[in-house]
Structure formats: C-alpha cells, structure tokens
Ligand binder design. Structure first.
Ligand SMILES: [Zn+2]
Ligand SMILES: [Zn+2]
Ligand SMILES: [Zn+2]
Ligand SMILES: [Zn+2]
Length: 547
C-alpha cells in the first residue's frame, strides 16, 4: 500500500516508456492536480465492473490503495491495455471491433469487440509534436528527430558509417531587422548555460543622439532587461515596426532556404571543377525552425557534404578529398550574405519585398567525437529540441485561423503578436499572398519545424516502423489495438485489422490520467537516455542567446 499521494506504486513491470514524458510534467499546469483526484471519478472505482480496484477518498489527502489489495492483476491488465497511450495528454479513444486475420487465407480467426476491453475502448496517443500540447508525444517525436539527425552524422539505422567522415557544419540563419526591439545584449557570457543566463546585460538600446520617430517616441532604451522581462522582443515603437515585411519574410523562408542551399552547392561544384576533382558534391541538410520572441523565425541547419554520383544520385558517396570543411563553411557564409530575391508585387509594396537573411550568422564546424566545440550529439539534440516547439515563445498559440476566429487574434493596434497576425490576414487577402492567411496562426511561417534533405538520413516513417516492431515484441497481449491495428509488417503471421470509430478524446477521468501518466513517468525515469541531454552544452559553447 502506498501511503499518500501521486507517487502511487503501479509497478508496471517490464514496460518501457511509450512516449515517456508524463502528461503531468512540471511546467504544464492546468492539466490536472493530483490532489484533486477523487475516488468517484477514477478508473479504480470503475473496478466494480470487475477489472480494477479502488481508491479510498478519505482521509484527506486521498489515500491510494494498490491494485493488488483488491483484484490481483486487474491494475496490470488495465495498464497493459492503455499502455500505448500511457503518457499522452489527450489520447484518442476508439471503439469498435478488432479482427485477427490469417494472411494466407484472409479468414477472420477471432473478433474482439472493444466493449469487452477495459473502458470499452482502445487508446491511441495523440501524436502531437509540440511539447506545449502533449509532453509525452512531443518527447517521442524529439527522440525520433534526434535519432534521425544523429544517423545522418554518424551513420546507423541504414545510413552508412562513412558519413561520419563527411565534412559538416552547423549554421544558424537569422531574420533581418524589421525595426528595433528590446533586447538583452551580453558582451561576454560567463554563465554556465545561456538558457539560464545570469550575466549582467548591457543597456538595451543606449543611444543618446536618436531623433524621435514620427510617432513621437525616442528609439532608445537604457534598461538592462532581466531575462524574464516581458518587453524583450517587443518593438521599441510598434508603429514604426515593419509588420508587413516581418510576416512576408516568415512566409518566404522556404524559398530563401532553397536558393541558399542551391548557391552553396553551386559554389562548391565550381570549386571542384576548378580544382579538377573527379566528381562533384551535394549538400545534405537537417534543419529546425525556431521562433524568436519578436516573432521572426530563424533556422538551425546542419549541412553535410556528400559526393555526387551523377549516374546514381541516390548513392551516398564520400566527397572528393579536394573539398574540405573550410570550403563548406566558406560557401555557407558566402551564400548567407549574397542570396536575396524579391517577392511578387503587392499593393502594399508594389516592387514586392526583398527577402534575405539577417546579418547575424553563426557557422561552426561539427566534430564527430566529443572533444571539439560542437559535436554531433550536441547538434542532433539541439535540433531535436527545437522540433518540438512552436510559436509559444511569441506569446501566441492558436489553431488555424478562420474568418470567424480572426477577430479574436488580430488587432492592428494590439499586442505584437496581434499586429503580426493582423498583417498576415490583411496582406493575405491578395491572391498571390493567400498563404499568409493560411499560416496567420504561425505568424506567416508555413514550413515544417524539422526538415531534412532527401538524402540526409532515414525517415520518420522508418523510425516509427522500428518502434512498432519493438512494441510488438515487448507486449504480446491481444488487446493492443492502437498500434497493431494498422500494422502489417512482413514478419507478422497474423494480421490484425480494426473496424474502429472515434469514441472521444482524452482520458475518461482525471484519475485515469494520473494513473497512466505516473506509470509512463516511472518507465521514463528507468529508461532515460542521458546522451540526448546535451543542448545546454551547445548553448554554453556558442554564446548564443534567445531574443
Ligand atoms: Zn499525446
Ligand atoms: Zn529595452
Ligand atoms: Zn550569460
Ligand atoms: Zn514610431
């Protein structure tokens, strides 16, 4: 028996974490408060149905009784059933029938209605990429992203090991200025981690000779901003800030990146020809987008140099020895400062907007083994971390906006985020700029948060398949519908098909959410991969700073 509180002992035995982040992760208040879990709304009380046991509500705080005190094995059975979604904040509930089918004859061997299972449904994890939406599913995504990015640097998962000998750099491309914003400049960091910087900053915009802007504001700020100052990233004069250019830039970054990468490859291939090398090169990349507080996107990009076999472009080849990592670094810097292009004409800016990178550029050589400044592990974990974030840092999060909801989020004279969204909606009324309306909830950015070149590494789908295989060997019980339903791997001798319909979202009760979460959290703690926790080290070595 566990005496008190949320650390009940579910003893999930051999389970390894499904998503691994608990849905009760710290920093996400409002999901539920364990102390609010009452007996009458818990899975345990539904034990009267025969498959679980109970929580006693009094004394206060509630006291939890181990499952085995009442119905031996019942708790384990429930946990087994919900396990594929255990850490998920908003699992999808599916009801219907699950058939086991003989693949040779197509004959249905057995049919199990979900109504015969615990809770009458099967649970499928929501699969959301964003930590703010589902910590557990985002953690699964982050791990997949890490594996994918790492494989592209060191090989493995079907990628040849010689990629670790390819020159590679890690670059951060930023947005240009759209008007002065409050910042926290630090000359030389002495802190352990930039993410929790404690250094004394310089004044924000210390300019004594500045004229006032047309709106009567002095474009100066002598404040040494604290890290948590809500003014950081906000324009010093919102009326001067070029919101149109800011959102059009976010919206144009896909094309800007395409041109940049092309320019890098072109320059390196010119070099290769000039040096009389036997064959040319190709750049493979993995790229993560990150919102700055001011609402502009910037990109962390890993660029790996490959040799190019013109006759067999799919082949992953070592680059010719005459091209070095210094050439790759130089070509990257060169492209970042030279590439620009105009967007189509718009009534608000008849010549269009000129799209180019900002002047802040960081390019570092990636070393494969631990001693360099930036290692493969740091880079992979850094990119993977950003792949689970969205617009949260800008203070705005919403689903796709529609004419019915735009009023709630857009305001020409409102907050910084409201003005950005307003600009998206207004400019997006033009037929050539429709995607600004489509991506208004992303402040104009319509790209993926994690992208990779075709040849860079394995795919998410491949990693997902690997995980399904793993799970199948881990829990052979008959009722794991959510994962098995759509899963017909070759080695499977029995197909499992589901005729399932949507039965709802979320856990049935806060009690269930707590139980599932706690079990997943414990599994995660037993199973933690320490290697992936290196992003802090990267922050330390680069001195980069948010905002
Ligand atoms: Zn989820
Ligand atoms: Zn300031
Ligand atoms: Zn610092
Ligand atoms: Zn102004």
């Amino acid at each position: 028996m566990t005496p008190t509180g949320p650390t009940l002992a579910p003893a999930p035995g051999p389970h390894h974490g499904p998503g691994t982040g608990a849905n009760a992760a710290p920093g996400f208040p409002g999901i539920f408060d364990p102390w609010q879990v009452h007996a009458r709304d818990s899975a345990f009380i539904r034990a009267r149905d025969g498959y679980l046991t109970t929580i006693r509500h009094d004394p206060d705080p509630p006291e939890y009784f181990a499952a085995s005190d009442f119905h031996p094995g019942a708790y384990d059975r429930w946990l087994d059933h919900i396990w594929p979604a255990a850490g998920c904040t908003h699992p999808i509930r599916l009801g219907g029938q699950i058939h086991r089918i003989d693949p040779a004859t197509g004959e249905i061997l057995t049919t199990t209605p979900t109504s015969a299972m615990p809770d009458g449904v099967i649970y499928k994890a929501c699969g959301n990429r964003r930590t703010s939406a589902c910590p557990s599913c985002a953690e699964t995504y982050r791990r997949d992203a890490f594996q994918l990015l790492r494989a592209g640097l060191v090989g493995g998962k079907g990628i040849p090991g010689h990629v670790s000998g390819h020159p590679a750099v890690f670059a951060t491309f930023t947005a240009p200025s759209f008007g002065p914003v409050h910042t926290r400049p630090v000359r030389a960091h002495a802190c352990a981690s930039k993410a929790h910087c404690t250094c004394k900053p310089e004044p924000c915009h210390a300019r004594r000779d500045t004229d006032t802007c047309p709106h009567g504001r002095k474009l100066a700020c002598f404040t040494r901003h604290r890290r948590d100052d809500p003014r950081l990233g906000q324009p010093i004069c919102p009326d001067c800030y070029d919101y149109a250019a800011a959102v059009v830039w976010n919206n144009s970054t896909g094309e800007l990146w395409r041109r940049t990468k092309q320019a890098i490859e072109r320059r390196l291939n010119q070099l290769a020809r000039h040096r009389g090398l036997a064959y040319g090169v190709r750049v493979s990349h993995g790229k993560a987008a990150e919102y700055q507080v001011r609402g502009a996107v910037h990109f962390h990009v890993l660029l790996r140099l490959d040799g190019l076999d013109e006759l067999d472009p799919a082949r992953l080849l070592l680059p010719p020895p005459g091209i070095t990592v210094a050439d790759l670094e130089d070509a990257t810097r060169h492209a970042a400062v030279t590439i620009s292009y105009p967007t189509p004409p718009h009534p608000a800016s008849p010549p269009g907007w000129l799209i180019a990178w900002g002047t802040e550029l960081d390019v570092r050589v990636i070393t494969m083994r631990g001693t360099g400044t930036v290692t493969d592990l740091m880079v992979a974990s850094y990119l993977a971390k950003y792949s689970t974030k969205g617009t949260e840092v800008t203070g705005h999060t919403s689903a796709r906006l529609t004419p019915a909801t735009i009023e709630l989020h857009a305001d020409a004279t409102g907050t910084h985020a409201e003005r950005l969204i307003h600009a998206c909606w207004k400019l997006g009324a033009h037929p050539d700029y429709r995607s600004l309306q489509r991506w208004a909830h992303m402040l104009g950015f319509g790209g993926h948060f994690l992208t990779k070149g075709r040849h860079y590494s394995v795919t998410f789908a491949a990693l997902c398949a690997a995980r399904i295989t793993y799970r199948r060997t881990q829990d052979p019980g008959p009722e794991h519908g959510p994962i098995r339903v759509a899963d017909h791997a070759d080695e499977e001798t029995t197909l499992i098909l589901g005729h399932l319909t949507y039965a709802g979202t979320g856990w049935k009760t806060t009690g269930d959410a707590l139980l599932a979460s706690t079990a997943a959290d414990q599994a995660r703690k037993r199973h933690q991969a320490g290697n992936e926790e290196l992003t802090g080290q990267y922050d330390t070595t680069t001195g980069r700073q948010a905002a």
